[in-house]
Design a protein around this ligand. Sequence first.
Ligand code: ADP
Ligand code: MG
Length: 139
Amino acid sequence: MERTLSIVKPDGVRQGNIGDVVSTFEKNGLKVAAMKMIHMDKKEAEGFYAVHRERPFFGSLTDFMSSGPCVVMVLEGENAIARNRELMGATNPANAAPGTLRKRFATSVEQNVVHGSDAPETAAYEIGYFFNQLEIVNK
Ligand code: ADP
Ligand code: MG
């Protein structure tokens, strides 16, 4: 059993994609173990994406991520990290496989509807960024 962090980004919330995203996880073997809606400020978005601080799109990305509410979730399941990444599709929706969340709903490489942790270490950091132990259910 593995845990990963998922986010429905501000574009996905604005477009009304929360239900479709959660339903896709539930139909594909990922259980929601924690969930809440938050609105990050610029500093909180910068902290979350600190690993990308040298990238040219960092300013724009953190403006976008603080532009409205997000739904943050802990997903649990076998190979949850890889399975979530598969359901999300490629970062750029132009390259995302048919049926993936980004192919279905994303409008650009930046406004791509969902975030998912990419490794066990980043999953642990990202889950801890938004949730404490008491907010994550155990079974
Ligand atoms: P992923 O979200 O697929 O793990 P990255 O970790 O590489 O992708 O990038 C984090 C986020 O930064 C992306 O989901 C996207 O919102 C944004 N992003 C990535 N590449 C670009 C780019 N070339 N231009 C604008 N935004 C980008
Ligand atoms: Mg990433």
